[in-house]
Design a protein around this ligand. Sequence first.
Ligand SMILES: Nc1ncnc2c1ncn2[C@@H]1O[C@H](COP(=O)(O)OP(=O)(O)O)[C@@H](O)[C@H]1O
Ligand SMILES: [Mg+2]
Length: 392
Amino acid sequence: MKIVGLMAGTSHDGIDAALVDIQGQKALRVKLLAFQTIPYSKPTLDLIRRASSPKTGTVDQVARLNFYLGELFAEAVLQVIAQAGLKPTAINLIGSHGQTLHHLPHPQPMGRHRIRATLQVAEPAIIAARTGTPVISDFRPADIAAGGQGAPLVPYVDFLLFRHPRQNRILLNLGGIANLTLLPAGCREVSGVAASDSGPGNMVSDELTRRMSRGRERFDRRGGYAEQGRVIPELLAELLRHPFFRKPPPKSTGREEFGTGFVDHLLARKRPRSRRAWLNLIATAAALTAHSVYRHYRQFYAAEFAADEVIVSGGGVNNRAMMRRLAELFAPAKVIPIDALGVPADAKEAIAFAVLAYESWHGRPGNLPGATGAGKRAVLGKLCWPLRCRQA
Ligand SMILES: Nc1ncnc2c1ncn2[C@@H]1O[C@H](COP(=O)(O)OP(=O)(O)O)[C@@H](O)[C@H]1O
Ligand SMILES: [Mg+2]
């Protein structure tokens, strides 16, 4: 099948669209045909930011944004298909993660129930209508219905595509949030796979860079600011005392814990009065990511799992300060960008949602109870048909 996978992460940088060819049933063969990131414009970014916050998000905005993002996701699909030199009729299926507006993995009592919730938008009926292709979307709720946190979902794809007969591998994704999948050498069963969010990826560094540049820059390009600054050890130690880091997996997090509120708190603690002071904060944020990833591994997994390789994907591979510190911490294990395995680091998560759509299409479960805390495996997603249906 030719499938377009669509992902828009917590970094709010844009829509990732990957066109892949997937074959096979037990052993999958996945070939990337085209990939694009369509960046969000400033006004779109502002709409997403506003709609994501409980203080400013109102139901009319959320309702409209869902349909608007549906249009933008559909455009992303048509662009990546054109990039591959194909026609939309050549595509069998779309797998869309949507844009997360809110993720509430900790159960709260409501009536007689304890409720977890998550909300991803980008209306699939619009995507299906504009592209003439069936869409599987909204992958997270089925896992929540099975008792899980709905995230992370990429670990099952890591298991399918990246397990190795002789190497203990960690797959690390540095998006807005950082998450790890641990794949023991030779593992054949999903029960052997562990995965969890470890804390912030680029989110804290991005927000500090945005504030230092008064909104002109969205992230620390190549980690240049972090490399100019000096890590503040006391502050790093204090940040690492955040309760999220002590919680045992499975656990997932997002902007609710490490977004603007976290940075407000950090700046109130340590108000930067010079350019140098800002750079030191950005250096400390990059170190926070690397140390929280490493500690997560040491604290919860290292007793039974000695990593040979850490394979890194997501925009964070471009941040040299983060990658250097990870390499220092994990040595003698090797820290390798996933590009070395022939997968572009930016494309990995979009590819993963194409694979999850393929699995759902064939009626196979896509969650990993060890990663999300679900009591059962579940077939993920909801299927939405185009206006005039072709045979898929
Ligand atoms: N050239 C670069 N240098 C440093 N960081 C980068 C670069 N390109 C992207 N990034 C980082 O990657 C982030 C986007 O990563 P991505 O994997 O798309 O995360 P998400 O899944 O949360 O959207 C950006 O916000 C930025 O922090
Ligand atoms: Mg992104």
